[in-house]
Design a protein around this ligand. Structure first.
Ligand SMILES: [Zn+2]
Length: 196
């Protein structure tokens, strides 16, 4: 199944190669553009099938995900599991973090699967877990489409399941071999697709 998910990412053109300035400020020669996948419903259905297959017998009541990519994955995974979805949005009152808005309720003791797209530092997942702590629910697991943290990002007490693991090398600008070669760095945008 995970091979199928990797194939879906590849056929969607979501795996890029080039010289990228990442959100962290570090440079890399690879980048995953999750929205190249999420714009393609057929490929996104395949990817969510990886979550549904893994958690089919886990007694999941609700699939929750953070905006923006996570809510698309939560919706489709919930559809495949035949349960409801919940969406962790940014807090509106200027506070940091996320919350379940628009009248979201959870039946007491609901078993929740949290899904998100790309795992790097895990900030959006941590905010979703914090938002769930305000409800009487049990978080069963966190599922991510791509773990590109190299196994460094974990969530205490909650099992992490990743459909695809990518070990993407990154460098500080001063140590970047692509910079040293005079290759101009770009924010992720127009690039070519890599084959893994
Ligand atoms: Zn560089």
């Amino acid at each position: 199944m995970h091979e199928r998910v990797l194939e879906a990412l590849k056929s969607a053109g979501a795996l890029k190669t080039g010289h990228f300035l990442l959100a962290s400020g570090r440079h890399s020669n690879q980048y995953v553009e999750k929205f190249d996948l999420l714009r393609q419903p057929t490929e996104t259905v395949i990817a969510c099938g990886g979550f549904a297959e893994q958690f089919r017998d886990a007694g999941i009541d609700v699939v929750a995900g953070p905006t923006t990519g996570g809510i698309i994955l939560a919706f489709e995974t919930a559809r495949q599991l035949g349960v409801n979805a919940a969406y962790a949005e940014r807090a509106t009152d200027g506070a940091s973090g996320r919350e379940f808005r628009r009248g979201t309720t959870f039946a007491p003791g609901s078993r929740v699967l949290v899904v998100d797209d790309i795992l790097t530092t895990g900030g959006s997942v941590r905010e979703t877990l914090a938002a769930l702590e305000k409800h009487d629910v049990e978080v069963v697991a966190v599922g991510v489409l791509v773990d590109r943290s190299g196994g460094k990002t974990t969530f205490p007490g909650v099992p992490l399941f990743s459909l695809v693991q990518l070990d993407i090398e990154t460098w500080e600008a001063a140590d970047c071999p692509l910079c040293a070669a005079g290759d101009p760095v770009v924010k992720p945008g127009t690039t070519t697709t890599i084959s893994l």
